[in-house]
Design a binder for this molecule. Structure first.
Ligand code: BES
Ligand code: ZN
Length: 631
């Protein structure tokens, strides 16, 4: 804070300047470095004092240098005229900062970077004059953790390089100085230039000719709805587009486009199903971008343009619940946003609940129930591993001083979805659906906390659940009593087959699995965990060709099982899989299986080869597993 006397001086200078009709000649204010997070635990920003409301971004992407050279103009809303602007950065080189008032010339602004925090990065504190309403920052980002630069050889087409961003949770600050908290929403425009003959796409309105690449290699976008920084996203590569429906389509490398178009054919119907549930889709188009296999997640709900892993292209549309999931985020997440990462369940739990409702509408209750069931198994796995700490088993977690990634377990997803399912059963579907819709309408384009939700439930929830005891869910560990668990009978036949196989009573080729769905296979493989030897798995593999599957979910589950049982062909297949695919959810269990089955050296050797193709988030996940193996 500026001392009072200086503020007085500034105020009188302002008065004089108003009389003279020019900018006040104040002494340059030297800002003090911001060293602590603000109201949000993972951001230095003080948006209640000075808030960014819009930005215009120009970025030069250099594949040659794996660098971004950027200029960003920030438009400010200043509630506290004495406060500086505080932004988040990580690994950015700040080359210059200027500020300006309305209609005035830009003037240099004093700034200071705070000390380095390994997770949060460095605050950027910028002194403002009284008139200043915009700030321009010129910067460079080298080796940003929020970007992954790929060589042509790491793409499907092998012809052009590729780069993509992944900003959630707090990586936007590694390529763009911003108030990097989901509690701050901004509109923006962007102009992105590339030094290769590739197309740039962005999660925004696309102002470019889809048929032609501009000669100056500059692509223009804008976003008129206010979005949080974690939803800023772009990619560049050899990309082509195919329509899926009137307002849906898919971008992919030409080599992948046909497979993507086939797999994603139900996308338009999913949008209609979602709208029937929670009201109009408010973002205009809904397109998908299928990324190279290095993409660290299954999907990312970037607005208007979901980013997706190619590992959902199973050839039989059996993994498209991921599309339902990312689409559902257009309501739970993008429209109504968790205000901090401690309330992630408001994004992921609501979304997982809606995902299953969309799957039910399109593919029937049986499939939705199977997916809910498998989700609950994943939750149990989380309780045994990354959410072993009871403090991480709550829906509302305390992440102060921790990496927001620590809270990214199955708990917000599956425990959150289970809570909503439990509320739905108690309220009745019709009443609950009305409530959900009111929730989204009342909080559209705002960022909310769990307290907002609790208050809304108490005031405007269906009568039957207004007084529902949420505390064990929000603040207690495990799964509370009274949870509306999925119906176990959907897997009765599969579980029975698994038992018969494991008891040795039935050889693999006699199991009734020829028509088994992906969901049924995943259940079966889960049933077998820790209970079969290498011979049994060889038998199963011979009968059903599991190591030859293209379905990445089935393959990954079988690899984990095979490695743990010492089935050598699985170890060999794991190596090619781990080098080809960068999706963290698959990598971590497979590396862990290698380490825990006494193959830590093999795991390290594979990682050495595979690492250049992994995103920083995947690297961190794998390195944690390898470190645990070394300990
Ligand atoms: N928003 C998440 C991905 C995410 C969460 C990234 C937290 C960084 C921090 C996305 O919607 C998601 O949940 N993806 C899942 C797929 C889904 C079907 C469960 C994934 O990537 O596996
Ligand atoms: Zn999600």
């Amino acid at each position: 804070m500026r001392p009072f006397a200086l503020r007085l001086f500034a105020a009188s200078a302002l008065g004089a300047a108003a009389l003279l009709g020019c900018r006040p000649m104040t002494t340059p204010r030297i800002p003090r470095a911001t060293t602590q997070p603000g109201p949000a635990p993972h951001s230095f920003a003080r948006p209640d004092a000075v808030r960014v409301v819009h930005f215009d971004w120009r970025a030069d992407l250099s594949f040659a240098g794996r660098a971004v050279a950027g200029v960003v103009d920030l438009r400010l809303d200043r509630a506290d005229p004495a406060a500086p602007l505080v932004l988040d950065t990580r690994g950015l080189r700040i080359e210059g900062v200027e500020a300006a008032g309305p209609g005035a010339h830009r003037h240099p602004a004093a700034f200071v970077l705070g000390p380095k925090d390994p997770v949060l990065g460095r605050s950027l504190t910028i002194a403002l004059d009284d008139h200043d309403r915009t700030v321009r920052i010129q910067y460079r980002a080298d080796r940003a953790d929020g970007l992954l630069w790929l060589e042509p050889a790491q793409t499907a087409g092998k012809r052009a390089p590729f780069v993509f961003s992944q900003a959630q949770a707090i990586l936007a600050r590694t390529f763009l100085p911003c108030q990097d908290t989901p509690g701050v929403r901004t509109t923006f425009s962007a102009e992105i230039t590339v030094d290769e003959d590739v197309r740039v796409v962005m999660a925004a309105e696309d102002d470019n000719d889809p048929a032609r690449r501009p000669v100056d290699r500059t692509y223009r976008f804008h976003m008129d709805a206010p979005i949080p920084s974690y939803l800023v996203a772009f990619a560049a590569g050899d990309l082509a587009f195919a329509e899926l429906g009137p307002r849906t389509g898919v971008w992919a490398e030409p080599a992948t486009l046909d497979a993507a178009r086939y797999e994603l054919a139900d996308t338009e119907a999913m949008v209609r199903a979602a709208e029937a549930l929670v009201g109009p889709y408010r973002w205009g188009r809904y397109d998908l971008l299928v990324l190279p296999p290095a993409f660290p997640f299954g999907g990312m709900e970037n607005p208007r343009l979901t980013f997706a892993t190619p590992t959902i292209l199973a050839g039989d549309r059996s993994l498209v619940s991921l599309v339902a999931h990312e689409l559902a985020h257009a309501w739970s997440g993008n429209l109504v946003t968790n205000a901090t990462w401690e309330h992630l369940w408001l994004n992921e739990g609501f979304t997982t609940y809606l995902e299953r409702r969309i799957v039910e509408a399109l593919y029937g209750p049986q499939r939705a129930e199977m997916e809910a069931h498998n989700g609950l198994s994943d939750l149990d796995d989380s309780f045994a591993h990354e959410a072993k700490d009871p403090a991480l088993q709550r829906l509302v977690v305390d992440l102060a001083g921790r990496d927001p990634d620590d809270g990214m377990t199955n708990v917000p997803y599956e425990k959150g979805a289970l809570l909503l399912r439990t509320l739905e059963r108690a309220a009745g579907r019709e009443a609950f659906d009305g409530f959900l819709r009111r929730w989204f309408d009342a909080h559209a384009m705002t960022s909310v906390t769990t307290e907002t939700f609790v208050a809304f439930l108490r005031e405007r929830g269906p009568e039957a659940i207004r007084a529902f005891d949420l505390d064990p869910w929000l603040y207690g560990p495990g799964i509370p009593a009274g949870a509306a668990r999925p119906d176990p009978s959907v897997f009765a036949a599969i579980d029975e087959a698994a038992e018969a196989f494991m008891s040795g009573g039935r050889p693999a080729e006699q199991l009734p699995l020829a028509q088994a769905s992906t969901q049924a296979w995943l259940r079966l493989l889960h049933d077998l965990e820790g209970r079969v030897d290498a011979r049994a798995l060889a038998d199963l593999d011979r009968a059903f060709g599991l190591l030859a599957r293209d379905n990445a979910e089935i393959l990954a589950a079988f690899l984990e099982l095979g490695i743990r049982a010492g089935y050598e062909p699985a170890v060999a297949r794991a190596e090619t899989f781990l080098v080809a695919v960068g999706r963290r959810k698959f990598l971590v269990p497979i590396y862990r299986a290698l380490v825990e089955s006494g193959r830590a050296d093999t795991a390290r050797a594979i990682y050495e080869r595979a690492r250049p193709g992994y995103h920083a988030l995947s690297r961190a996940g794998v390195e944690a597993v390898l470190a645990a193996g070394a300990a």
